[in-house]
Design a protein around this ligand. Structure first.
Ligand code: ZN
Length: 491
């Protein structure tokens, strides 16, 4: 009979040993760069809390992987023990047990113990500092309260599946976690099957992305632990059960689909000087003044109330949208151009919807009424008050170039500096609907360059690609012709 040893006493080339271990986590099966080798890594721990990496290769994966289930306890003997070269070490593990079809593994039937493992979780509020940094990943703890629709995305040669899950923490903050491909087939399926019971997850080695503020995504070496037997997870589960009302409300209002400024737009965030904002950045954060005094424009367009795309339908007329195929009445939507400036430069940007109304201090309906009556919006107060304010803006480049060749941007969110960031947008807005990715309104015909010469400062911004903080990754364009009959009134 082999000796039962703790993990720390098991060394390379040792014979005749056995060890009682529990599976802490399993990664997905991955390919090794540039080789046909497939491997699957896992982490084992023992009753002392020592940990070791388990690894299975190639043809042994389908045989051995199903035998080793997360959180279960096994007696493993005589696996091949190796040191992990330093550059391949992850999670501080230096030793590796190679599990093959010859390895002796017995399940030890026992109650699920609380894992004697300590994770260092990143708070949701601290995620922004890891954003889009390829060298960094985070561990987070959260409860899954809902999921969005699964999407298939074609990336050059292969198709990928992704689904977003809504993670909630005890501070009632939400963040989206995207599970890709194998994560979706494995842990994602478990989450979907149990979503009514609000599974608690620990996401390990997740990437922090810049999407609707801050979001999380699985990466090749991530691990997703569903309802792990860990003290903090149990506590969160308990909190969840005491707060089902709040959760039901969050799910009802879908507030999590909206931008999460409280996680992202913080006064101490690193910002980019306007002169340094470049197209290579997917998004940028700038500290700038806003002005639109010199821009002659319309402030609204007629839109589909469901997907926000432009339509030629008249106000209140029910129509079937060519983009989202839904039938709903046409509604005016606020949208206008602004200049963003700091000491280093000026760039043009467009702002849409609620954000635009808030900045304009008029609703789209009011803007439309003024336009229809050929009256100017009384904006003197707005213009003068903007002169005294500075804003933190999250902007994103618009892909399509326009005739004037100036790169344009869309405002994803903004907050006034020197004020608390407005989180009212986060809660209690029942109208949060998925917003279409791109909009285009051909208002170019509204004004010809000749007409603009009446005011030397006047610049034309009406021809523009309407862009939005999207909740889909689909880059299709909606083209609609706006009603041009009002152009003489504006001129
Ligand atoms: Zn629509």
């Amino acid at each position: 009979m082999a000796d039962v040893l703790p993990i720390r006493n098991i060394t390379p080339n040792m014979k005749n040993w056995c060890c009682l271990v529990t599976i802490q986590e399993k990664q997905q099966v991955t390919d090794s760069m540039g080789t046909p080798t497939k491997k699957q890594k896992m982490i084992f721990y023992d009753s002392e809390g020592s940990r070791v990496e388990g690894i299975i290769f190639n043809a042994d994966i389908p045989k051995m992987s199903p035998i080793l289930q997360v959180y279960k306890k096994y007696r493993i003997s005589n696996a091949d023990v190796r040191n992990i070269p330093e550059k391949f070490q992850t999670s501080g593990l230096t030793m590796q047990w190679v599990i093959t079809a010859r390895t002796v593994i017995e399940e030890v039937s026992r109650e699920e113990d609380i894992m004697p493992v300590k994770f260092s979780f990143t708070e949701f509020a601290d995620l922004a500092q890891y954003m889009d940094d390829k060298s960094k990943s985070v561990d987070v703890l959260g409860v899954v309260i809902s999921s969005l629709d699964k999407k298939t995305i074609s990336k050059s040669t292969k198709q990928s599946c992704v689904q977003k899950f809504v993670l909630l923490n005890e501070e009632s903050q939400t963040v989206m976690l995207s599970l890709w491909d194998n994560f979706l087939n494995n842990e994602g399926q478990i989450l979907l099957n149990n979503i009514q019971t609000y599974p608690v997850v620990i996401g390990r080695r997740l990437k922090v992305n810049n999407y609707n503020g801050v979001s999380l995504s699985t990466w090749f070496d991530s691990a997703v632990l569903v309802d792990p037997p860990i003290q903090e997870a149990r506590e969160l589960k308990n909190w969840t059960m005491r707060n089902t009302k709040l959760i039901a409300q969050l799910i009802e209002t879908k507030a999590y689909i909206k931008y999460n400024p409280e996680l992202f737009l913080k006064a101490d965030q690193k910002t980019t000087l306007i002169c340094n904002v470049s197209l290579s950045q997917k998004t940028a954060l700038v500290k700038a003044n806003i002005s639109f005094e010199d821009i002659f424009q319309k402030y609204w367009y007629m839109s589909c109330g469901k997907c926000n795309r432009a339509t030629a339908a008249d106000y209140g007329i029910e129509f079937t949208c060519n983009s989202c195929k839904e039938k709903s009445p046409a509604v005016p939507r606020c949208r206008f151009d602004i200049d963003l400036s700091d000491g280093s430069g000026v760039i043009p940007a467009s702002i849409f919807g609620d954000l635009a109304e808030k900045l304009l201090t008029f609703t789209a309906l009011e803007a439309m009424d003024h336009f229809n009556q050929n009256r100017e919006l009384p904006l003197e107060f707005v213009h003068s008050s903007l002169k005294t304010k500075t804003f933190l803006l999250h902007i994103k480049p618009v892909q399509a170039q326009l005739a004037d060749a100036r790169q344009r941007y869309t405002v994803l969110h903004y907050s006034e500096l020197g004020q608390e960031i407005d989180s009212a947008q986060l809660i209690g807005q029942p109208d949060a609907l998925p917003i279409s990715a791109e909009h285009r309104v051909q208002t170019a015909q509204l004004l010809t360059p000749g007409e603009s010469s009446s005011g030397s400062k006047t610049r034309l911004r009406l021809a523009d690609k309407f862009d939005e903080a999207e909740t889909t990754a689909i880059d299709d364009f909606a083209t609609a012709t706006d009603n041009c009959s009002k152009r003489t009134k504006l001129g």
